[in-house]
Design a protein around this ligand. Structure first.
Ligand code: CU
Length: 319
């Protein structure tokens, strides 16, 4: 009889937590790369540590009203005011948990620092660089080593550390491939770095993890990890002018991303639709000495102020 009552007391919270947990996005708990695995470990340990406080607190919030309900005749001690046992528990346990949580967070924050390369013991492959430019409302990926560029689809070899060099040619946003690891901001005139690696071939959802205005919800891309041989074959296809969308398998025409074509593409705002996947060839000689990515970064360096004195009167009217 007594046990039945307890059971009934816990049924509703249990059902409720099942319903709520059922809606969880599993991407962060289903990582597919070194950085993602490390972050998942930190999330799981942190949640478990916090449950040491949460579970007893939930239990007490149900048990005490039940025990001291009217008619139960539980022990009444109006003159009691101190218990070393309780004081030690309520101060000691949180202090210990905060110390552990703090140290763990410090350790993992440094271990998965986005600008640090993937450690050599994780992968012996030579790292590759992909430059990322956030645009309205699409992502441009530049492969400086391969001389190609893509839109809204980034392809890279598995088990290979990828260094993403990230900037924006519009507002600030955030570059995020949840299954591979951390997110980092994309800011105009600045370059942020994010090192990620995929453990296996696969297609991962990439997103702009920052609400930045109407149309940004179309700023999604697919990150495709392939075997080294498939990746090399794809690069050769793009360079030869005909390549397949690596998610749908449809043919994609390859055009040339000249500075003029880039400007036109940059100003095109897809406010109500997804920008289709596109592949480009890059001709390095068409850009500044370091390439398209550097040209975009440098376009945010303010022009030097006109020389004072003799040119002063001329510069008042502007250019
Ligand atoms: Cu925030």
């Amino acid at each position: 009889m007594r046990n039945r009552r307890y059971l009934r007391l816990f049924t509703i919270p249990l059902l409720l937590s099942l319903v709520l947990l059922g809606g969880c996005d599993a991407a962060l708990l289903n990582p597919k790369g070194y950085i993602g695995h490390e972050i998942k470990t930190l999330i799981v340990i942190s949640v478990c540590l916090m449950l040491i406080v949460v579970i007893p607190a939930i239990f007490m919030s149900l048990y005490f009203p039940f025990k001291y309900r009217e008619g139960n005749n539980a022990k009444y001690s109006p003159n009691w005011d101190f218990s070393m046992k309780i004081e030690t528990m309520v101060w000691g346990v949180p202090i210990i948990i905060i110390l552990i949580l703090g140290s763990l967070t410090y350790y993992y924050t440094h271990k998965v620092e986005p600008s640090n390369p993937i450690p050599a013991h994780v992968s012996s492959e030579k790292p590759m660089t992909i430059q990322v430019v956030a645009l309205k409302w699409k992502w441009l990926f530049i492969y400086p080593e391969q001389g190609i560029a893509t839109v809204n689809q980034v392809v890279f070899p598995e088990k290979t550390p990828v260094k993403f060099a990230i900037t924006s040619d519009t507002t600030i946003t955030s570059f995020f491939i949840p299954q591979l690891g951390s997110q980092i901001y994309a800011m105009a005139g600045m370059e942020t770095k994010l090192h990620l690696m995929a453990d296996e071939p696969g297609v991962f959802q990439g997103t702009a993890a920052n609400f930045i205005g109407y149309g940004y919800s179309y700023m999604l891309f697919k990150a495709v990890s392939k075997t080294r041989a498939d990746f090399d074959a794809w690069v050769a296809d793009v360079k030869s002018g005909q390549a397949k969308d690596q998610v749908t398998g449809d043919s994609v025409n390859v055009s040339s991303l000249t500075p003029a074509a880039y400007q036109e593409f940059r100003l095109k705002e897809n406010m109500a639709s997804f920008e289709p996947v596109a592949f480009y060839n890059l001709t390095p000689s068409q850009y500044g000495k370091d390439g398209l990515f550097e040209d975009i970064l440098e376009s945010y360096i303010p022009e030097p102020k006109p020389q004072a004195a003799s040119h002063q009167s001329a510069s008042v009217g502007g250019h």
